[in-house]
Design a protein around this ligand. Structure first.
Ligand code: HEC
Length: 202
């Protein structure tokens, strides 16, 4: 149980995580959590960590579900912090990612919001009012992709599997509750998303 004081230290002084590009690195961990770990830990709002798992055990658990975290203590710590945030605040960990003007995301931003191997994406797409919209994706090559669009309150407005045609996937969607939204992508084979565009249909 040596992990507990360490976590408190990290929560009190998040700057301990600092290093060059730490914001980008942390954002990657948020994306890993919100795609891979989210399959079980999303909207897990129990209030606080149970600490039932000893440090060794929880590190093993993390690596079992995300092998890339093997030997990367900093990544394991970040993922732990992010789960702690989900449990305590019942919310996604805040992301610094900017919403591009015209709501057109290119590879430069998208690459930072994807996991290394699986090419899972978790993209904050900003605030939407009630209305009719359209989400358009361009893929590097044709693929099947499971796509979620989820609000800050964990309500899904899009949740389906799509097969691209000429490297495009177009999804009309309806927003009934004004909120901040996120797009989550699980390509069935790793494939890069080169563009994401959200337009208002009115
Ligand atoms: C297949 C489901 C599943 C996946 C995927 C999963 N977990 Fe878990 N995790 C659990 C279960 C079940 C527990 C034990 C019950 C609990 O505390 O939530 C747990 C417990 C934990 C704990 C200890 C919780 C505490 O309160 O002390 C941590 C830390 C953790 N998981 C982190 C992660 C991270 C990080 C990932 C992603 C790399 C991940 N888990 C992926 C199911 C999963």
């Amino acid at each position: 149980m040596q992990f507990r004081p360490l976590i408190y230290l990290l929560l009190t002084f998040p700057s301990i995580l600092s290093g060059a590009d730490d914001e980008e690195v942390f954002t990657k961990s948020v994306v890993i959590f919100n795609t891979i770990c989210a399959k079980c830990h999303e909207a897990e709002c129990s209030g606080r960590m149970s600490f039932h798992m000893a440090y060794e055990e929880s590190a093993k658990h993390i690596v079992r579900h995300y092998n890339e975290a093997s030997g990367k203590l900093w990544m394991q710590k970040q993922l732990y912090l992010i789960l702690n945030h989900m449990k305590e605040r019942c919310a996604y960990y805040p992301m610094q990612a900017v919403i591009p003007p015209q709501r057109v995301w290119g590879s430069e931003i998208l690459d930072k919001l994807s996991t290394f191997l699986e090419k899972n994406y978790f993209i904050p797409v900003g605030s939407f009012d009630r209305g009719e919209y359209q989400l358009a994706l361009t893929l590097e090559e044709d693929a099947k992709v499971t796509i979620h669009m989820v609000s800050e309150e964990f309500d899904m407005v899009v949740e389906d599997c799509y097969l691209s045609k000429d490297r495009q996937i177009v999804i009309p969607f309806t927003i009934k509750e004004t909120s901040h939204y996120y797009v989550r992508l699980y390509p069935h084979e790793p494939v890069s998303i080169t563009q994401l565009v959200v337009t208002n249909k009115k």
